[in-house]
Design a protein around this ligand. Structure first.
Ligand code: MEV
Length: 421
């Protein structure tokens, strides 16, 4: 095993030209020349055509890398695919602050996914439920017969739970099949098992099965991450207090919690996309989990420790895979996994959780102090400068002037450009 002993701590990474950034990542992650060429390539159209239907082309997003991350004592460069400015810089900055007190610690539960089988038109739901529980060994055996490879890898259907629900259609049974999906996201394995079990379930219950599908509320596949943010690096205990005031609103108010959690997902989704995972599944699971106690709330919690430092914690479902689907087919997803150096779904989940916490800390930190527009505006100003026709060094000159004046508009950019020329 080759242990990565390199440091992800870099200052001024954003100021380097792209080739130098690639050189750094190449060294850190032992990329080959062939692999580095992938950064500037598009997804091959034939691969795209096998991934979805009615393909016309491919759609590109910027791919960046967040620096400075230490998670469970190991340095990571975290690839992020996202269209929004400031997100990658914010994550890197949060990771730099977390590093002062040792970085992030993360843990996650085994990769257990839930498949649901809905059973309707059952005469006696209590008796039928009993019958399902009594036949659990056969049901699990039948489920596992659908995926021998998963079972050989130590995964497979491990348990089942039976729920009786009241509904406008009368009482219905919902069976939860609990499947250890190992390093896959697991949707295919679970859905195949649920569909295969339906006839047996109908026979046992005398009812009619309808839905047989994975649940995206993957609350048995949870990642937790934690970090201590040094009060002095943050600017003093009064900044920690200001942070906690901002955070409190997210903990009590769904209107704020939605935005707060959106900030978390800025980071999580960017990594999920970069590694070819299903970001809709992660989004659905995260928001459902945020409402699990009957009221939608923050996915993170913050408090002050006895030294006056800020402690941040995050907890959310993380159904990610490192095998199967786009994670395997997409060459850039494979490249991003190599940059990360993750070998298992659990390790990827721990990076995603830590990144979510970092992203959230960065947003609330900025909101509690200077506001977020400052960071957003400088990149926005550069885009406006380019739209006005600025080239090379003119771009920074025009953008800096607009930021200084607080007027970031196309007409002003054109005027400044004329003045410079
Ligand atoms: C913007 O993409 C995300 C934020 O709104 C998150 C937050 O408000 O915490 C800045």
């Amino acid at each position: 095993m080759t242990e990565n002993i390199k440091s992800s701590r870099v200052s001024g990474f954003y100021r380097l030209p792209i080739e130098k950034r690639i050189e750094f990542v190449k060294k850190f992650s032992d990329l080959t020349d062939e692999e580095t060429k992938l950064f500037s390539s598009c997804l091959n159209i034939d691969i795209a055509d096998r991934m979805i239907e009615n393909v016309l082309g491919t759609f590109e997003l910027p791919l960046g890398v967040a620096v400075n991350f230490v998670i469970n004592g190991r340095d990571y460069l975290v690839p992020m695919a996202i269209e929004e400015s400031s997100v990658v810089a914010a994550a890197s900055n949060a990771a730099k602050i977390a590093r002062v007190k040792g970085g992030f610690t993360a843990e996650c539960s085994p990769p257990l996914m839930i498949g649901q089988i809905q059973v309707l038109k059952v005469e006696d739901v209590t008796e039928a439920s009993q019958s399902i529980i009594e036949h659990k060994p056969e049901i699990l055996r039948l489920a596992n017969a659908q995926d021998k490879i998963l079972v050989e890898l130590g995964g497979g259907a491990k348990d089942l739970e039976v729920r009786i629900l009241d509904s406008p259609l009368g009482k219905m049974i919902v069976i939860h099949l609990i499947v250890d999906v190992r390093d896959a996201m697991g949707a295919n394995a679970v859905n195949t098992m649920c569909e295969a079990l339906a006839p047996e379930i109908e026979e046992l219950t005398g009812g009619k099965t309808r839905l047989r599908i994975l649940s995206n509320l993957a609350d048995k596949r949870i990642v937790k991450a934690k970090a201590v943010f040094d009060k002095n690096t943050m600017g003093g205990e009064n900044v920690v207090d200001a942070f906690l005031e901002s955070y409190t609103l997210a903990s009590i108010d769904p209107y704020r919690a939605a935005t707060h959690n959106k900030g978390i997902m800025n980071g999580v989704d960017a990594l999920i996309i970069a590694t070819g995972n299903d970001f809709r599944a992660i989004e659905a699971g995260a928001h459902a989990y945020a409402a699990r106690k009957g009221r939608y709330t923050s996915l993170t919690t913050y408090y002050k420790n006895k030294d006056g430092d800020l402690v941040g914690e995050i907890e959310l479902p993380m159904a990610v895979g490192v095998v199967g689907g786009a994670a395997n087919m997409h060459p850039k997803a494979r490249l991003c996994r190599k940059i990360l150096g993750v070998k298992t779904a659990e390790e990827l989940a721990m990076v995603a959780g830590s990144l979510g916490l970092a992203q959230n800390f960065a947003a609330v930190f900025a909101l509690s102090t200077v506001g977020i527009q400052k960071g957003h505006m400088s990149l926005h100003a550069k885009n406006i400068a380019v739209m006005a026709g600025a080239k090379g060094e003119e771009i920074d000159q025009v953008a800096d002037q607009m930021v200084k004046e607080g007027k970031i508009r196309l007409d002003r950019a054109k005027e400044i450009l004329e003045e410079i020329r």
